[in-house]
Design a protein around this ligand. Structure first.
Ligand SMILES: [Zn+2]
Length: 60
């Protein structure tokens, strides 16, 4: 049994993902993050998306 979740980065629904710090990330984004150096502007985008996803999980 598999459940589809929405990726916090690309917002695609997939069951081929994993939870990273309680944030769901699809396989494609996970490998992209791994291949992106920390000083790449793209990496900042990933981190921002993850921070936003984490923030939205905290009930206000
Ligand atoms: Zn993704």
């Amino acid at each position: 049994m598999s459940r589809k979740d929405r990726c916090s980065i690309c917002e695609r629904e997939t069951d081929q993902g994993l939870y990273l710090l309680k944030i769901y990330i699809c396989e494609a984004c996970e490998s992209e993050i791994k291949d992106t150096p920390a000083d790449d502007p793209k990496y900042v985008h990933f981190v921002k998306k993850m921070a936003e996803a984490q923030k939205s999980m905290i009930p206000s």
